[in-house]
Design a protein around this ligand. Structure first.
Ligand code: GDP
Ligand code: GDP
Length: 434
């Protein structure tokens, strides 16, 4: 089950300000390496140890004024279907508008948790003014100021009360793979090609507590659950916001999976949306690999693959230790390689390095290249252990952990990758007091 919080509301009420506060990100991050402007409208957030994804629906409204009302209505419908909790944001300085009323009408019909968030309550005196929002008939009003952050703690306490303490353990312990990517890159073609014609495959239709379809794959010595997003496209809704909808589905599949197979169209390369998904997978500590599909449509010489690969690695930097595979689903080129690699990534994600081996290798690395002394003080690493967890985490016990700087951590990470193969897997490294 994915924990998705959607912020809905008309323009200018403060949705993106709240989004930034909850995710501590700036709206657009210009990446020095790639020159790509990352417009992040969805991002992982955490409150009292519970993780969830926040979506700023306003980020998906493009175009002129007359299209946005329609777009907002569409988003509210999608949020009602797909989100776990909905924050309906209104502006205390303007009071109720017609569009607010329309949104409230839609939200009154859902049984999903909806919180009315009165924003811009910057001073206590505005608390009284927000009482008018009780007229929506949507229950309690949460007064907040997105700019100062006041009131957001109480709101978040209420929001995360809907999320389970820990993700429930799965009844089956099979690797879960999700093929994600923009529309038309070839996700469903790949799914179909993998499953083949003979359906010795059991389809596990989504029940009430699960929200994606999982297909049990067991062929050629590989067994896993494929989380299907492509098959879940809603057929009967016209005019809906495809981009917003597909992002919602992608986030759910991503949260539900162990390994994310990010598929690109070779003709488009890697775009900012893809980088966002990649970043979200990394932040969620998922295994990741990249598949460049429709490779048959590209004119190639002996350098094409290398060049393509290095362009992608530049853009996903600094986490570049991920498999990149070039496929043609229609020509059946390297599609089983995708499965093999994904299973390798899963193995890397779940492997445990024996403590003695870890210490033998890494203590020597550190001896040969110790952390720089600071103010005449030397940092001594005593021993290293891999911590229990769903993805690789290592604790380096030493005398002065506070003196370890980011570049040294990166150096250690690279050495761990070099010696133990964690391709496709984010690693966490902690220096701790001993
Ligand atoms: P969105 O269109 O709903 O995403 O709204 P924005 O987050 O872009 O905010 C619209 C305007 O309201 C901006 O000028 C913000 O600085 C301002 N704003 C947002 N939150 C607050 C708040 O808590 N108090 C005040 N006074 N202004 C706010
Ligand atoms: P999805 O939206 O990501 O699920 O994409 P589809 O699987 O529906 O594929 C979109 C289109 O791309 C279809 O017309 C496919 O036949 C085509 N397609 C998929 N894979 C390839 C490929 O490797 N090469 C070429 N040339 N076309 C492909």
């Amino acid at each position: 089950m994915a924990n998705i919080v959607a912020i809905v509301g008309r323009p200018n009420v403060g949705k993106s300000t709240l989004f930034n506060r909850l995710t501590e990100s700036r709206k657009a991050i210009v990446d020095d390496f790639s020159g790509v402007t990352r417009d992040r409208h969805y991002e992982m957030a955490e409150w009292i140890g519970k993780k969830f994804t926040v979506i700023d629906t306003g980020g998906f409204v493009h175009g002129s004024d007359d299209v946005f009302e329609e777009a907002i209505r569409n988003q509210v419908h999608i949020a009602i279907d797909e989100a776990s909790v909905i924050l309906f944001m209104v502006d205390v300085t303007t009071g109720i508008t017609d569009l607010d009323d329309e949104i409230a009408d839609l939200l009154r019909r859902t049984s999903k948790p909806v919180y009315v968030v009165a924003n811009k309550v910057d001073h206590a005196r505005r608390t009284h003014e927000s009482a008018e929002f009780y007229a929506f008939g949507l229950g309690e009003i949460y007064n907040i100021s997105s700019i100062t952050g006041s009131g957001t703690g109480e709101l978040l306490d209420a929001v995360v009360s809907h999320f389970p303490e820990e993700k429930e353990e799965e009844e089956v312990n099979l690797p879960k793979l999700a093929i994600v990517g923009r529309p038309n890159v070839g996700k469903s073609s790949l799914t179909n090609a993998l499953l083949g014609k003979e359906r010795n495959i059991v389809t596990d239709i989504a029940g009430t507590t699960r929200d994606s379809i999982r297909i049990h794959y067991n062929q050629f010595g590989n067994e896993f659950l494929l989380i299907d997003t492509a098959g879940l496209r809603r057929k009967n809704k016209v005019n809906e916001d495809i981009e917003f909808y597909s992002v919602m589905r992608t986030i759910k599949a991503l949260e539900d999976s162990d390994v994310v197979i990010l598929m690109l169209d070779a003709n488009d390369g890697i775009e900012s949306q893809d980088i966002n998904i990649f970043h979200l997978a990394e932040k969620n500590k998922k295994g990741v690999m990249i598949v460049v599909n429709k490779w048959d449509t590209i004119e190639k010489d002996h350098k094409t693959t290398k060049e393509f690969e290095s362009r992608i690695r530049e853009k996903i930097s600094p986490f570049t230790d991920v498999p990149i595979i070039f496929t043609s689903v229609t020509e059946k080129q390297r599609i089983f390689k995708v499965v093999e690699k994904a299973m390798e990534v899963y193995a890397n994600k779940t492997k445990k390095i024996p403590t003695s081996k870890l210490n033998d290798v890494m203590l020597e690395v550190i001896q040969n290249y110790p952390p720089p002394a600071i103010k005449g003080k030397y940092i001594k690493v005593k021993y290293i252990t891999q911590l229990p967890g769903r993805s690789p985490m290592f604790a380096f016990f030493c005398n002065l952990p506070q003196y370890i700087k980011e570049p040294y951590k990166r150096f250690i990470e690279n050495k761990l990758r070099e010696h133990f193969d964690f391709t496709g897997v984010p690693i966490q490294i902690y220096f701790r007091q001993k």
